[in-house]
Ligand binder design. Structure first.
Ligand SMILES: Nc1ncnc2c1ncn2[C@@H]1O[C@H](COP(=O)(O)OP(=O)(O)O)[C@@H](O)[C@H]1O
Ligand SMILES: [Mg+2]
Length: 359
């Protein structure tokens, strides 16, 4: 998957930009505040319908403008150039277009534009709550299991309905009606997640050996309830506890990827720089697996390439990205920081006051 063209209007400080892209490395070079991260954010917006920096549309839409637009042409598996676009207004409403069809859903955009993001703030994957690692797992399951999105949406709805019913139920029979379908879907989702974790962890382990050879890192999937226990039986057994707590305590909504170094949580052992390397290894592992399964690579957005990565690690990251054939967008303050990974297929863009010029 690669974007061959990117058109942006009224996104942060970018009034208008229309650039032809490389299917390999695209470098965005410019001083602080020039708009480099905004370009990455615009591509992310095209793939997810939201920013990775702010949940508020009003922050992202250029000051005094009614809406933002991002368009692109995606080269798909079949070699077709598919036009995709999103327009988002200040009230949060959006128009999504894929091919000639308007009124598409965001989830359809996410399918055609698989993105991997590496930012200086991205340690949350390792240091913050399980929801970040669930999102990591679910990125992979979403792209490999066609039934995942619908099943997971349904599980979230059923769990919400069950939680509401718990408040008024007098005995387990009053809520049992939710549990048969919930348990069936939860077991299915867990099986998908477990299989994905097994596959991605094998690759992540090999990549961690290259990036962090001094550590031995273990990955373990936690499905959100006791391993081996039947989820439906557990829901019945935990009815009173759930009722006291006011919500369903165990379940696929509590799943996590537990990552340890010699039995200790990674964030207690690794430095910031090492955490960043580990995030790179995990994101690369996902990209490798995606390429193997889909026969085409996902797109990488790497903000502040130089931050926390020495030149040896930058070269290692770049060579892995080249090997999987990914299209990559890299921001950096100066061209020196990317000189060593620039090749004949790369494109360099200079960013200044929201203007993006090929150079
Ligand atoms: N909604 C907005 N409208 C106009 N300008 C904005 C908006 N949001 C942020 N900016 C400005 O956009 C600029 C781009 O910032 P950013 O993309 O983070 O730059 P860089 O990554 O190059 O340091 C900043 O100078 C910021 O003040
Ligand atoms: Mg920036």
């Amino acid at each position: 998957m690669a974007l061959s063209r990117l058109v942006v209007h009224d996104f942060r400080n970018i009034e208008a930009c229309d650039i032809a892209l490389s299917s390999g490395f695209n470098f965005l070079i410019g001083p602080n505040g020039s708009g480099k991260t905004s370009v990455l954010e615009a591509i992310h917006f095209l793939g997810h319908g939201r920013s990775f920096r702010s949940a508020l549309n009003s922050r992202v839409i250029r000051h005094q403008q009614p809406h933002l637009t991002v368009h692109g042409r995606v080269k798909t598996q079949d070699g077709i150039l598919l036009p995709v676009g999103i327009q988002k207004r200040r009230d949060g409403s959006a128009d999504v277009k894929i091919g000639q069809e308007k009124g598409q859903k965001l989830v359809a955009l996410a399918k055609v534009l698989p993105l991997q993001l590496i930012t200086p703030e991205g340690f949350e994957l390792l240091t913050d709550g399980p929801k970040f690692r669930r999102a990591f797992i679910d990125w992979g399951v979403f792209h490999s299991e066609p039934g995942f999105f619908e099943a997971w949406t349904r599980v979230k709805r059923l769990t919400k309905q069950r939680n509401a019913a718990l408040k008024t139920a007098r005995h387990y029979g009053d809520i049992q009606v939710w549990d048969t379908e919930l348990a069936r879907l939860a077991e299915q989702i867990s099986a998908w997640r477990q299989a994905y974790v097994d596959a991605v962890a094998a690759r992540a382990t090999a990549l961690c050996q290259a990036f962090l050879p001094e550590f031995s890192i273990q990955f373990r999937f936690y499905q959100g309830w006791e391993r081996g226990a039947d989820y439906q039986a557990l829901l019945a057994a935990n009815f009173e506890r759930d009722q006291q707590m006011g919500y369903t305590v165990s379940g696929p909504h509590k799943a996590d990827l537990r990552i340890k170094v010699a039995g200790t949580p990674v964030d207690d052992v690794l430095s910031r720089g090492q955490l960043k390397l580990m995030v790179c290894a995990l994101r690369l592992a996902q990209g490798q697996l995606y390429s193997e399964e889909q026969g085409i690579a996902c797109i990488y957005l790497i903000d502040d390439f130089a931050s926390e990565l020495d030149s040896r690690r930058r070269a290692l990251l770049a060579s892995e990205l080249t090997r999987i054939g990914a299209q990559v967008f890299v921001s950096a303050i100066s061209a020196d920081q990317v000189a060593e990974i620039c090749d004949e297929n790369s494109k360099m863009f200079h960013v200044e006051h929201g203007k993006i010029n090929a150079g």
